[in-house]
Design a protein around this ligand. Structure first.
Ligand SMILES: [Fe+2]
Length: 401
C-alpha cells in the first residue's frame, strides 16, 4: 500500500500566514483559515464563533462542509453567558485546560464517576456538550488576543475518524493564533477606514459650507456652484468615454473636480459686494478686482494639502485655450484639465442665468457660443465632449441636483 503523504505543516502555516497578511476583509480571512484547517487535517466541516465588538456577542460566521449543515436558528449569535463561551472566557471553568476542547473528552468525563459526583460541574458541562452538538463540533480550539476570547473554531469529524495527532494539534494551535492576529489587523484596518471615511465626509461638508458662503455674498449666483459641479462631472464622464483613464485616476479626478467645482469662486470672498453685484458695466479697476478672485482663491486654499489638485481648478478656471485668459495667460493644454472642465461648465452656466448686466441666454444659444469658441476660449476636446454631453441632455437647466 502506498504511504499516505502528510502535509508539511510548517510550509502550510507559512502559506496561510502570507495569505492572511494581505487580506483585510474578516469574512475572506475566515474562509481562508477554515479552508486551511479542513484541507490539511481532512476535516468534514469547520466553522467559528467570532466576537462582534459592536454588539458584544459572538457570531457564528461560517460553517463549511457538508456535515456542518445549517446552524440552528437562534444559535447563529450567542451571548457571553453561552456555556461554550464561558468555558473558554473564564479560566476557572476550563476544567480540561485552555488549549482545546474535545467532544469525546467532555462525554467521557460526564460518564465517569468523577463527572457524576459534582452536580454543578456536571450541569455546566452538559450544557457545553449540548452547544458542541449544535455546531456538530468534535473539537474546539479558542483564539485569544491577550486574555480576550476573540473566537472559537469548531471542527467536525476527521474523514478517517482518527484522533488528532500531536503534530496536528500544534498546527491548529499556531494557525489559530495567527488567525487571531490577522483578524485583529483586519479590524484595525476597518476601523481606520471608517475613521478615514468620517474625516472625508467632514471635509466635504466643510467644502460645501465654504461654497454656500460664496453664494450668500453674490446674490446673482444662487445655485451656480451646484450647477457648475453637476455640469463639470457630466463633462468628465464624457471625457472618460472618449479617453482611456484608469479607475484610480478616474476616482481621483472626480473627487478633485467635485471639490474644485464647489470652490472655484471661493476667492470672491475677497471682492467687494458692491462690485460683485454691480448692475452696470464694470470699470477697468473693478474688472481687475473681480479677476483677482482666482488668485485670492488660490491663496486661501494653498495651505491645505488635500486641495493640491483641486486648487488648479480654482486658480486657472478663467484661463483660455488661446492664451488670452487670466491670471497667467496659460495656453493650450498647459491649462490643467480640471480647470478646462470647470471653465466650460462655468461659462455655460453664466450664459444661461440672469446676470447683473444682462438677461439669460437660451441653452441653444449658449451651446452655439461654446461651439464658436472651439480652439479659442476652449480646447477642441472640451467643446467636443460638451456637445456630446449636451445631446445626452446633461445640460438641462435645473436649479439644483
Ligand atoms: Fe470664477
Amino acid at each position: 500500500m502506498p504511504k499516505k503523504t502528510q502535509p508539511d505543516y510548517r510550509k502550510e502555516l507559512e502559506k496561510s500566514a502570507k495569505q492572511m497578511i494581505l487580506i483585510h476583509r474578516v469574512d475572506t480571512l475566515i474562509r481562508i483559515i477554515l479552508r486551511a484547517m479542513m484541507r490539511n487535517l481532512k476535516i468534514k466541516h469547520a466553522g467559528l464563533l467570532l466576537y462582534d465588538k459592536d454588539k458584544n456577542e459572538y457570531v457564528a460566521k461560517v460553517s463549511r462542509g457538508k456535515a456542518g449543515g445549517k446552524i440552528p436558528a437562534g444559535f447563529a449569535k450567542v451571548g457571553k453567558n453561552n456555556a461554550l463561551i464561558r468555558y473558554f472566557a473564564d479560566a476557572q471553568l476550563r476544567v480540561f485546560g485552555s488549549d482545546y476542547l474535545s467532544f469525546e473528552r467532555v462525554s467521557a468525563f460526564l460518564n465517569s464517576k468523577k463527572g457524576k459526583k459534582d452536580k454543578k460541574v456536571k450541569a455546566f458541562l452538559e450544557d457545553v456538550k449540548f452547544q458542541l452538538s449544535l455546531y456538530n463540533a468534535k473539537f474546539c480550539i479558542p483564539g485569544f488576543f491577550r486574555d480576550k476570547l476573540i473566537c472559537i473554531f469548531f471542527l467536525g469529524q476527521k474523514s478517517d475518524r482518527r484522533k488528532f495527532t500531536a503534530e496536528e494539534l500544534g498546527f491548529l494551535s499556531v494557525l489559530s493564533s495567527d488567525a487571531v492576529m490577522a483578524i485583529q489587523n483586519a479590524w484595525f484596518y476597518q476601523d481606520l477606514n471608517k475613521q478615514l471615511q468620517l474625516n472625508r465626509n467632514l471635509f466635504l461638508q466643510t467644502v460645501m459650507a465654504l461654497a454656500t458662503a460664496i453664494e450668500a455674498k453674490d446674490k446673482y449666483t444662487s445655485g451656480h456652484t451646484e450647477r457648475v459641479s453637476r455640469y463639470s462631472l457630466s463633462l468628465a464622464e464624457e471625457i472618460r468615454t472618449m479617453q482611456k483613464i484608469n479607475r484610480r485616476d478616474w476616482v481621483k479626478l472626480l473627487r478633485d473636480l467635485k471639490i474644485a467645482a464647489s470652490l472655484h469662486d471661493i476667492g470672491k470672498i475677497g471682492v467687494k459686494e458692491a462690485v460683485l453685484n454691480k448692475p452696470g458695466i464694470l470699470t477697468d479697476a473693478e474688472r481687475k478686482d473681480i479677476e483677482k478672485h482666482t488668485l485670492v482663491g488660490f491663496s486661501i486654499l494653498k495651505s491645505v494639502d488635500r486641495f493640491r489638485e483641486p486648487i488648479l481648478g480654482v486658480k486657472y478656471h478663467h484661463e483660455r485655450y488661446d492664451g488670452k485668459g487670466y491670471p497667467e495667460g496659460l495656453k493650450g493644454n498647459k491649462i490643467p484639465l480640471i480647470a478646462q472642465i470647470i471653465s466650460a461648465a462655468d461659462t455655460y452656466d453664466a450664459m444661461t442665468t440672469d446676470r447683473p448686466y444682462r438677461k439669460a441666454l437660451s441653452k441653444e444659444k449658449a451651446l452655439e457660443a461654446i461651439k464658436e469658441n472651439r480652439g479659442k476660449q476652449f480646447s477642441p476636446l472640451i467643446v467636443d465632449v460638451f456637445v456630446r454631453a449636451y445631446k445626452k441632455g446633461k445640460f438641462e437647466i435645473k436649479d439644483s441636483f
